[in-house]
Ligand binder design. Structure first.
Ligand SMILES: [Zn+2]
Length: 408
C-alpha cells in the first residue's frame, strides 16, 4: 500500500473528495470521523488541562471585524470573497483570533482574572487555488485546535511555557517527532503591524520561554505572522518536506486594535497581551501526519476498529457477537468480521489496519478464552475474555502507543 497519507487515507476509508463538493474540501468518512473525534477529544482535554475554557464562535463575521484585526489589509488574498446580505458585508473567517477578542471584550476583566484562556476547535477558510490541493495538506476549510490566552505582560513567558510543555506532552502521546523548533521573526519588507519595541519585547519573551524549557531552536527571519513573532514546531513528512504543526505566538497588535483592556491593581485600564496557541494544529494536517508516521497503523485509541472478532465457523458466530457486545459495553470499538476463509479475513483486517484480531473457535468457546493477534505481527496470545477486555480498556484509556496484548 502507498505510504502517502492521501492514498492511505482513501484505502483505509478515512476521507475522500468528490467533484460535486470540490477539491480541498475533504469529506470525513465514518472511519475517519472516528479518528478525528478521538483527536478532538484529546485536544479538548489538553486545553482544559492547561486552564482553557471552551467557547463556540461563528465561522463568519462582518468584514469590519477583519478590517480591524488587520486581516483584510494583510491577508485578503487568502480569504474568500465577501458576501453582501441586507446591505452588510460578511466574510468567512481566515482565523479564529478576532472572534476570540470579542469573547474577551464581551465581559469586563480584572487583573485577578488574568490570564483568560479561551479554546475552540474552530473552522476557518482559505481561498486556496484548486491546483495546489492534495489530500489533507492543503484544504479550503481548516479545522484548527486553537486557543488564545489574554494575559498581563508579566504572564506572557509563563503562558508560552505552558504551551510548549503541552506541545511536548501531546507529541509524546501521539508519537510525533519534532524536527526542530523555529523562532519566526520579522524579515525585510513592511507587511507587519506594530512598532519595533513591541516586536523586540515579544521576541525576547519567546526566546526566554524556549531557553527556560531548554529547547534548542533556529531563528527564521520573515516567517513571523503579520501581527507578531511565533514559535513554529516543525515536523518532517515522509518525503522529507518540513512543515509547521504547532505554533505559539505573542501578539500585542490585536489587543490594541480591538481596544481590549482589563482593570489593573491601580484601578486603571491596562492592555492585555494575546498569546495564540495552536497545539494539535488542524485536524487535517495532524491526521495526515499521523497516518504517515504510523503507516496507517494508528495507536489503538485512534483505530476505527480496535478489535475485529473472527468466528472460525458459523457455529461460533453467536459467541463472536457476544464478545463484541461485551467489548462495546466497555467502550471498545469492536466489530465481527465478515464470512469467508479465515486467512483471507485476517489479511483483510491487516490491510484495513484493524488494531487487533480475535479468533473464536471451538477451543476458545469451550475455555472462555480468545486468541488475539496484531495484524502484521507474527505474535499471538490466548487469554481469558475478561482479561482481554480489561487490558484493552487500559491501553485505550492510557492512549498507549504500543500494543499491550500479543505485542512483541
Ligand atoms: Zn490566533
Amino acid at each position: 500500500m502507498d505510504t502517502d497519507h492521501s492514498a492511505l487515507g482513501r484505502a483505509l476509508d478515512l476521507f475522500d473528495t468528490t467533484p460535486a463538493v470540490g477539491a480541498g474540501l475533504p469529506l470525513w468518512l465514518p472511519d475517519g470521523a472516528v479518528v478525528r473525534a478521538e483527536l478532538e477529544r484529546f485536544a479538548l482535554e489538553q486545553a482544559l488541562a492547561s486552564g482553557c475554557r471552551r467557547v463556540y464562535t461563528p465561522v463568519l463575521a462582518k468584514r469590519e471585524l477583519f478590517e480591524r484585526s488587520g486581516h483584510w489589509d494583510k491577508f485578503s488574498a487568502d480569504m474568500w470573497p465577501e458576501m453582501v446580505v441586507g446591505g452588510e458585508s460578511f466574510v468567512l473567517r481566515p482565523a479564529n483570533c478576532p472572534h476570540h477578542t470579542q469573547v474577551f471584550a464581551a465581559r469586563p476583566h480584572s487583573h485577578r482574572d488574568m490570564p483568560v484562556r479561551l479554546a475552540e476547535l474552530g473552522s476557518m477558510f482559505r481561498s486556496e487555488l484548486s491546483g495546489v490541493l492534495a489530500g489533507l495538506n492543503r484544504v479550503r476549510q481548516i479545522n484548527l485546535d486553537d486557543a488564545h490566552s489574554f494575559c498581563r505582560p508579566d504572564q506572557v513567558v509563563a503562558e508560552v511555557r505552558i504551551a510548549l510543555d503541552a506541545i511536548r506532552h501531546c507529541y509524546a502521546v501521539l508519537g510525533i517527532e519534532v524536527s526542530r523548533y523555529r523562532l519566526s521573526v520579522r524579515g525585510p519588507g513592511g507587511r507587519y503591524l506594530g512598532d519595533d519595541e513591541q516586536w523586540r519585547t515579544a521576541e525576547g519573551q519567546l526566546r526566554e520561554a524556549l531557553d527556560a524549557v531548554g529547547l534548542p531552536f533556529v531563528v527564521a527571519p520573515g516567517e513571523a505572522a503579520f501581527y507578531g513573532p511565533k514559535i513554529d514546531v516543525q515536523v518532517t513528512d515522509r518525503r522529507g518536506r518540513e512543515e509547521t504543526l504547532s505554533t505559539v505566538q505573542v501578539d500585542n497588535n490585536q489587543p490594541e486594535r480591538f481596544g481590549l483592556s482589563y482593570i489593573g491593581e491601580d484601578g486603571r485600564r491596562h492592555r492585555p497581551v494575546m498569546v495564540h496557541r495552536g497545539l494539535l494544529s488542524s485536524m487535517e494536517r495532524l491526521t495526515a501526519i499521523l497516518v504517515e508516521a504510523h503507516a496507517g497503523r494508528l495507536p489503538t485509541w485512534l483505530a476505527p476498529v480496535q478489535l475485529l472478532v473472527l468466528p472460525v465457523g458459523e457455529r461460533h458466530a453467536g459467541a463472536a457477537r457476544e464478545l463484541a457486545a461485551e467489548l462495546a459495553a466497555a467502550g471498545i470499538r469492536a466489530a465481527v468480521g465478515p464470512r469467508g476463509s479465515l486467512p483471507a479475513r485476517v489479511r483483510e483486517a491487516h490491510e484495513h489496519r484493524d488494531a487487533y484480531v480475535a479468533v473464536l473457535g471451538d477451543a476458545e468457546v469451550t475455555d472462555g478464552t480468545v486468541a488475539v493477534s496484531v495484524p502484521g505481527l507474527r505474535t499471538r496470545e490466548v487469554l481469558p475474555r475478561a482479561e482481554l477486555v480489561e487490558r484493552l480498556r487500559q491501553e485505550i484509556a492510557g492512549r498507549r502507543r504500543e500494543r499491550t496484548v500479543a505485542g512483541r
